[in-house]
Design a binder for this molecule. Structure first.
Ligand code: SAM
Ligand code: SF4
Length: 353
């Protein structure tokens, strides 16, 4: 592998030079464990950075430039999954950009499911043409699906995403709930102007549907500063509303994400909050991210990424395992969003939220 500062081994060398002592015994041979004793069992793979939506908080002007023609191939992804699974990865999420624009997405889902050790295959999607994709995703073995719904009002949905597709999406979601056992969660960005209406509509929606609707606190990146200052809102108001109306926080599953979910005896569904600005949010981080061009992001908001593509192209699982283990001591403890520092992440479509 070419030695640039963005390769895992060069990063380690830099780590040693910077005075930090790295003990080999810190590595468990079969698991990815970082310097803060966090077990990283969850891989989020961006299968493309291309997106067909232009959400105002993410890609307000739509995807810029030409979609790369060298996204990771199925063979490369197979090596990736094998290497991660050998190191204890049990859950894989396929994200983007918009993963459904990849025609071979069902093959990637199937690859996930056929890799020994990986138990759960998930997708994050904007749900465009969900009805068309559903049966192929289901046949490929998809376990869990997260769909973004930033408003239940068709006009506001259109305004935020650039697509007038909410009615079709809601129809497709009911089809999924009626005809599959795919576990579904809905995500909505938490913005000051839409929070209250979204909460009311979400409560209505989940009353008789076994679905969690999770508000994600708006994260600032270099592409969205103006909107962030206008619309960022704390989730405290939602939390207070839920607590005052008989909702209680439920325990998080061990392999679950960072959402706190609330339940209520009169509702089939749940309301969740993902609060990246909350104190100690990163304490239980269990994830690593890989971009569609084969770069490891140790933290979503890190200042650099690490190229592992050479190992993937060569089908070199052992080399990949060594590289991943070598990166563990330098996974950042937490992000620096509080200082408006989102590292190299200009927007979340680059590697998925
Ligand atoms: N295109 C897919 C989708 O929209 O679900 C997958 C990629 S998208 C980047 C993943 C998640 O990140 C979505 O739920 C989206 O709402 C969220 N997201 C994007 N930019 C965000 C930001 N600045 N702050 C908070 N969440 C964001
Ligand atoms: Fe695309 Fe998802 Fe970003 Fe919206 S949030 S622009 S759907 S990547």
């Amino acid at each position: 592998m070419k030695k640039s500062i963005h390769t895992p081994s060069a990063a380690l060398a830099e780590h040693r030079l910077s005075g930090s002592v790295f003990h080999h015994s810190e590595l468990t041979p079969d698991h990815l464990t970082d310097h803060f004793h966090r077990k990283l069992t969850y891989l989020r793979l961006s299968v493309t950075d291309f997106c067909n939506f232009r959400c105002n908080y993410c890609l307000p002007n739509g995807y810029q430039g030409k979609r790369p023609d060298n996204e990771l191939t199925l063979d490369e992804i197979s090596t990736l999954f094998t290497g991660f699974a050998a190191l204890g990865t049990t859950k894989v999420r396929l994200t983007g950009g918009e993963p459904s624009v990849r025609r071979d997405l069902p093959n990637i889902i199937a690859l996930t499911k056929s890799t020994a050790g990986i138990q759960t295959a998930c997708i994050s999607s904007n749900g465009y043409k969900l009805g068309k994709h559903l049966s192929a995703w289901r046949s490929a073995g998809l376990d869990k699906l997260n769909i973004s719904i930033d408003s239940f009002d068709p006009a506001i949905f259109h305004q935020i995403t650039g697509h007038d597709s909410l009615p079709q999406l809601l129809h497709d979601i009911d089809k999924l709930l009626d005809s599959t056992d795919i576990s579904l969660k809905l995500n909505g960005i938490l913005m000051a102007d839409t929070a209250y209406d979204n909460l009311m509509a979400a409560l209505d929606f989940i009353k008789d549907r076994p679905v969690a609707y999770r508000f994600i606190e708006f994260m600032q990146t270099s592409d969205n500063s103006q909107l962030f200052f206008a619309q960022h809102a704390s989730s405290q108001h939602i939390k207070s509303y839920l607590q005052e109306h008989g909702w209680t926080a439920t325990a998080r599953p061990t392999d679950g994400g960072p959402a706190i979910e609330y339940s209520h005896p009169d509702y089939l569904g749940k309301i969740g909050l993902i609060e990246p600005y909350a104190p100690r949010f990163c304490d239980n981080c269990n994830r690593l991210r890989v971009s569609s061009l084969g770069k490891v992001h140790l933290c979503l908001f890190d200042h650099q990424n690490y190229d592992i593509r050479t190992y993937l192209s060569a089908g070199d699982t052992d080399g990949l395992i060594g590289a991943l283990q070598g990166l563990m001591p330098i996974k950042p403890e937490h992000h620096h969003l509080h200082s408006a520092d989102s590292g190299i992440m200009r927007n979340l479509s680059m590697v998925g939220g």
